[in-house]
Design a protein around this ligand. Structure first.
Ligand SMILES: NC(=O)c1ccc[n+]([C@@H]2O[C@H](COP(=O)([O-])OP(=O)(O)OC[C@H]3O[C@@H](n4cnc5c(N)ncnc54)[C@H](OP(=O)(O)O)[C@@H]3O)[C@@H](O)[C@H]2O)c1
Length: 327
């Protein structure tokens, strides 16, 4: 069948994104054909477009159909595929989601409960599953923990603040401009530091009586990492989970020595590698979203053809909620 897909034929800026008509084969053994209804726009797509981030985002052979997740409807199953039946609403984490239809391993499909609309799954499934492992498994938050979250009014920041607060932790956020302070305060944060006016490391030390937070969730990377080491508490953990401002790069391991700091650089794919992990993580996420404990707004739904505009908005620090693409 002919489908529409946003592809890149070279790495580069948003202008490299191109709407193509391509042939999609029938689903093969174990595969499902999903008609995408709400495609997620995540930083991973920007790394894939730029092609120089390495690790799980190492450059692949061109052309590439961009995308890492979507919600949609199962249209057909390939031979031997055991998964949700045709007609089922599903979400998935997987490549080539910037398209009207995508072939997905059927076993990786996540059926969506009625309480989770397609646009919420499209905007939040990847971020929500990431927040789940960050606050429940990698550094389990609880009433005695204080967490500092960078980019607190961004997609990840909004869900980390709410989930951490739900677990009873004291949540402190940083944002890049005054306009974002109120947004973060409305999503679980007890205090929000405006980086354009204050030094976050000094301020978070003041807010914690000189001790520092127990954990720092850092999705900003280059611009925040060194100062995060300066203010984390002794034996605390700096979770470098994203690099919106650029890769952290090489640093001196001795920086960790005097405070016995733990630094980790995790990726969602190793935290939902096993089917039982996906099942448990989605149960927790859908429970939190369905109960209203976590609010999951979507800023805008743009046509698939406007994917470049969505990238500009996300990379331009203009968003305080995710955008989705609608094929
Ligand atoms: N490791 C994982 O498993 C995993 C999974 C999902 C996402 N992530 C990471 O999580 C991070 C956040 O993802 P998101 O999609 O929700 O994005 P987002 O937080 O909505 O957007 C990124 C935010 O980073 C801040 N920022 C600081 N310096 C920046 C710069 N130089 N350029 C652009 N932004 C800058 C901006 O907030 P301010 O203006 O407030 O500073 C911006 O809004 C990304 O780095 C992503 O790769 C990691």
């Amino acid at each position: 069948m002919r489908i529409q897909a946003i592809r890149i034929h070279r790495h580069g800026g948003p202008e490299a994104l191109q709407l193509d008509e391509v042939d999609l084969p029938a689903p093969g053994p174990g595969e499902a054909l999903v008609r995408n209804t709400a495609v997620g726009v995540n930083y991973a797509d920007i790394y894939e477009r730029e092609g120089d981030h390495g690790g799980p985002h190492a450059a692949k052979a061109l052309p590439i159909t961009l995308g890492h997740m979507a919600a949609g409807v199962v249209e057909a199953l390939g031979p031997g595929a055991t998964g949700p039946a045709p007609g089922t609403r599903v979400g998935y984490i997987g490549p080539a989601a910037y398209a009207s239809c995508t072939l997905v391993p059927a076993a990786r499909l996540i059926p969506l409960p009625e309480a989770i609309p397609d646009e919420v799954a499209g905007g939040w499934l990847l971020r929500g599953l990431t927040a789940e492992y960050l606050v429940r498994r990698l550094f389990p938050l609880g009433p005695r923990a204080t967490a500092l979250v960078h980019a607190a009014a961004g997609g990840m920041g909004l869900i980390l603040g709410q989930w951490g607060a739900m677990l009873g932790a004291r949540m402190i956020g940083t944002v890049g401009s005054a306009a974002k302070v109120e947004v973060a305060l409305a999503h679980g944060y007890e205090a929000v530091i405006d980086n354009s006016r204050e030094d976050f490391a000094q301020r978070v030390l003041d807010l914690t009586g000189g001790r520092g937070p127990d954990v720092i969730y850092d999705g900003v990377g280059k611009a925040a990492f060194e100062r995060s080491l300066d203010c984390i508490r002794p034996r605390g953990m700096v979770v470098s989970y994203g690099t919106a401002s650029g890769n952290v790069g090489a640093f001196d391991l001795q920086r960790l020595h005097s405070k016995s700091i733990v630094v980790t650089r995790p990726t969602l794919r190793s935290w939902i590698a096993e089917p039982d992990e996906v099942a448990a993580a989605t149960r927790a996420l859908f429970g939190a979203l369905g109960s209203g404990g976590i609010r999951a707004p979507v800023a805008q739904a743009l046509p698939l053809a406007q994917a470049a505009e969505a990238h500009r908005l996300l990379q331009g620090r203009a968003l305080t909620a995710p955008v989705i693409l609608v094929p």
